[in-house]
Ligand binder design. Sequence first.
Ligand code: ATP
Length: 682
Amino acid sequence: VCFSVVFRYLGEEEESTSSSVSRSQALLAKLQKRAKSKEQKSLPVEVAAKDTSAGRRDLVRSKRKLQCQEKEKKLHKKSRKEGIKCLDDVEDTTVPTELSGSPTNDQATKKTKKKDKKKTVTNEEEQYIGVCVSVCNDPSEESLEAVEKTEGNSGVKQGKTADAQPDQSNRVSGQGSSDSSFHILGGFEMKKAEKFQRFLPKWLAEPDVIQRDINSNLVPLSEMTCICPLLRKQLENKGIQNLFPVQAEVIPAILQSVNSGLFIGPGGYRPRDICVSAPTGSGKTLAFVIPVIQALLERVVCEVRALVVLPTKELAQQVYRVFCSYAERTSLKVVMAAGQKSFSAEQASLSETRGGVCRSLADIVVATPGRLVDHINKNENFSLQHLRFLIIDEADRMTDSMDQAWLSQVTKMVFKHERGSETSIFRRAEPGPITVASLSPPQMPLQKLLFSATLTQNPEKLQQLSLYQPRLFSSKHTSALSCTHTQDKFIFPQGLSEYYVPCTLSKKPLLILHFLLRLKFRPVLCFTNSREAAHRLYLLVKLYGGVEVAEFSSRLSSKERKESLKSFERGKIHLLISTDAAARGIDIQGVKCVINYDAPQFIRNYVHRVGRTARAGKSGVAFTFILGVQERFEKMVQEAGSPGLQKHIVKPEILKEMESRYGEVLEKLGKIIREENARKRF
Ligand SMILES: Nc1ncnc2c1ncn2[C@@H]1O[C@H](COP(=O)(O)OP(=O)(O)OP(=O)(O)O)[C@@H](O)[C@H]1O
């Protein structure tokens, strides 16, 4: 094969009859002949060079080099000029018909004419290039170097170079293009991305439907016979007569999985994991608080059996309070591990050691991922060996890459083999395929319960949670076949009215003052995209006066943040300016209006921000200030499933009156910020 390739390079066809020895001899002879002829060619030059004096030779050399460089420059300039023209032309002729579309006869004839014209141009150009190359390739100078270089290579290679070069030039001139030195790749045309149909797994495509309209789908508490009398009484005591749709659907499903006790699922099998995707303010918290408390009511020994993980301290505190209020008449103990207290104080509230024996002081732990990982790694007495429920609230946020590590640590700890546990009835092994051996003896299952208003439909992301035969409860029904969109769609609360307000950057602060002072929207929860922006706006509104204002961001300590929320909840504050720290899950009673002072960058943030109003079946209004092009924002919101975004125009004349005072305030604000920055530097 090797020889046949070499023969083809030499322009000879392989003879079937000739032996490989004779072929190799012929090849050797040919190569020797070629080397000789080259030697002969270079000989007169070398002799001539020897004859001339060294000084003259140098002079000639430098002269030729100069000439060559000048010509090269000229050629470069020309070819650059021509090149641009040429590239366009070449593209015209080389674009395949399926890309450029099938040309008509006229176009085709025009193109052939163009081609002919170009051929002459490019041939001329090639000649020009050829001249220059021949000047540069004068055997007395540069070619010597070239020969030296090729001589270092194998004979076959030499032959290949010598024969391949004219071949290439023939090909180029045959094509009639001047682009012998570069290759046109093509394929830069704008192509419309092909829309693909998304096929969802059955459990995602066919969820158990939760009605969106809370008020017309209330379920009387008396009908919820699956809830134990103690908890029903508790609910009544808190003024709850009816359950919301999400609660009416999810509570029985979780309770069903503990019908046979904590150790085994229905029919002796492992219970299915549960995912809930329901609008903001639809009552998802009670949908897991009630069944978890009921499932653990009969427990004998206090062990951590339920772990609730939430993204922020404030949310953890909120859920902790709900758990405490429903567990208060039971023997269950709820503990929070979210960094509100010192690590050692949390450690002491989670477990105690008496007489050398450690015992758990918590049945239900409400935690943030950071503190949870701290306890897993540093708290020797913290055990998750008896964990039955892992509840992940704001599940989509929690599964974001940066928060992933905690989940694997929890699973590792749940299935950790402790010394002497091999024969224990509580022995647990990481679940694998179901076999007779794996079912006997039965082990306590770990059931995952996921909740969010913006639960992803991305199976790849959900896969990371290692869900077991998941069951989805959702406020929407997306058919696996009809779904062509790739973006997740969300359900917005029924009572929410959404508006956008076109404005300019300088008018934004005036607009917010207008909403509070003139339109008397109170209380207002306002969102900015950064803590600096929240702080500046807070100072500005405070300086302007007439509005009780507070800020809420990571700029403040957790104590200060708690204070701000409390004051806002109690009605002492009219305007709370926050970053996205308060966008998720925070349940503040009576927020009638949400203002997105800065439009959110991601749709999920928008859904959660506007969801701080219109909660629990009530009505609410959300405004988003939009700078410049609003089409993109409108599209984003509509594609996410918003029922309708309306335009709200505030005429500039209305803001005129406020402008003089605003000017004064701006001056003061500048001074304050400068002082603050100076203080920060020292
Ligand atoms: N059955 C009910 N009857 C009356 N009010 C209820 C009921 N269930 C929940 N609520 C109230 O509805 C409000 C919203 O509930 P919750 O905070 O659980 O909503 P959510 O779905 O978790 O919202 P988000 O997605 O924003 O976290 C709370 O103030 C809660 O007390």
